[in-house]
Design a protein around this ligand. Structure first.
Ligand SMILES: C[S@@+](CC[C@H](N)C(=O)[O-])C[C@H]1O[C@@H](n2cnc3c(N)ncnc32)[C@H](O)[C@@H]1O
Length: 304
């Protein structure tokens, strides 16, 4: 070899070998860590028996009861006060989870009659916010069959775990049910994906109702609806929460006027609120296409 070429050639060879070594070692390490920590889908972790769990800011893994989740995604706009409130509520519902089904008296027939206001159709994608142990899962899966999808979201790992234990068998083999461990204030879903969002017996507990409704509006498709409902009157809901005391004592349900204002502030339109002895139902829609608007108006006319 010519002596004047020795150093440039050796330098080039060493640099090339170093480059290859870096690609072989560093790239797999970084990709491996990314998949390990975040899962193959951004913002979600696959649960053992199907579906995905996501977690917004303010909820640490240790406190999540060991469920396989990481804080990630979400808007990260929560104030420390909201985060504290979510932590208290999560602790409250976690300790209530194991005895929830024995103590709660959710009437399946009444749930179905309340869901009927939303006119859920086969094939639709529905999000159940504050799903608890899953009282709404069977009717939602039935109404969206054969190919719709139900997202069951809750802040409390233990409540969600009860729900998952009861209904995980419905996830296989073609999953129509997913579990999301997250607060309503940071829903780990993409925008414009849901035909409808249901908040059954959960809305008064939301730590930041405005943010939660903005998140609901964001994940709704144009023309989609939100249903905020309880199986008793507003006065009774508020009396029960006051009587229970502790972290839920102040979790009050708004009257028709304030609820309509809350829904409107989140950009939802045509609010309709019914406060009867045996139910509280609030419905509103995300602005939609012209066709969507006609359906909204027809539905609203039937309700009125
Ligand atoms: C009274 S339980 C109702 C559960 C269920 N919807 C039912 O009717 O049986 C309220 C549920 O809302 C959940 N929850 C409360 N605040 C929440 C929030 N900010 N985000 C998500 N879930 C929340 C609680 O963890 C609890 O499981």
């Amino acid at each position: 070899m010519r002596p004047d070429l020795f150093y440039p050639l050796t330098y080039g060879l060493v640099t090339a070998l170093l480059g290859i070594a870096l690609q072989l070692v560093l790239v797999p390490a970084v990709v491996g860590l990314t998949v390990k920590n975040h899962g193959p889908f951004f913002g979600f972790r696959r649960l053992a028996t199907g579906g995905y769990a996501g977690m917004g800011a303010g909820v640490d893994e240790q406190a999540s009861g060991g469920m396989d989740v990481r804080p990630q995604g979400g808007r990260n706009t929560m104030t420390p006060e909201i985060q504290r409130r979510l932590k208290d509520l999560r602790a409250y519902f976690d300790q209530a989870a194991s005895s929830w089904d024995a103590s709660a008296h959710t009437d399946p027939a009444q749930v179905r009659s309340i869901l009927a206001y939303a006119r859920i159709e086969p094939g639709q994608c529905i999000l159940d916010v504050g799903c608890g142990t899953g009282a709404l899962i069977p009717p939602l899966l039935e109404l969206t069959a054969p190919d719709g999808h139900v997202y069951a979201l809750d802040l409390s790992p233990k409540m969600l775990e009860q729900c998952r234990r009861k209904y995980a068998f419905l996830c296989e083999p073609q999953s129509r049910l997913s579990f999301l461990l997250a607060p309503a204030e940071e829903i780990p879903l993409a925008s414009d994906v849901c035909h409808g969002v249901v908040c059954y017996s959960s809305f008064p507990h939301f730590a930041d109702k405005k943010s939660a409704l903005e998140e609901v509006a964001r994940v709704l498709r144009p023309g989609g609806w939100v249903l905020v409902a309880h199986g008793t009157s507003r006065a009774e809901v508020n009396r029960i929460h006051h009587q229970i005391g502790g972290p839920v004592a102040g979790d009050l349900l708004a009257d028709a006027e304030d609820m309509a204002a809350l829904l409107g502030a989140a950009g939802l339109v045509n609010p309709w609120v019914l406060d009867a002895d045996d139910r509280y139902v609030a419905l509103a829609w995300k602005e939609g296409t012209r066709a969507g608007k006609q359906v909204q108006q027809r539905n609203k006319a039937k309700l009125d």
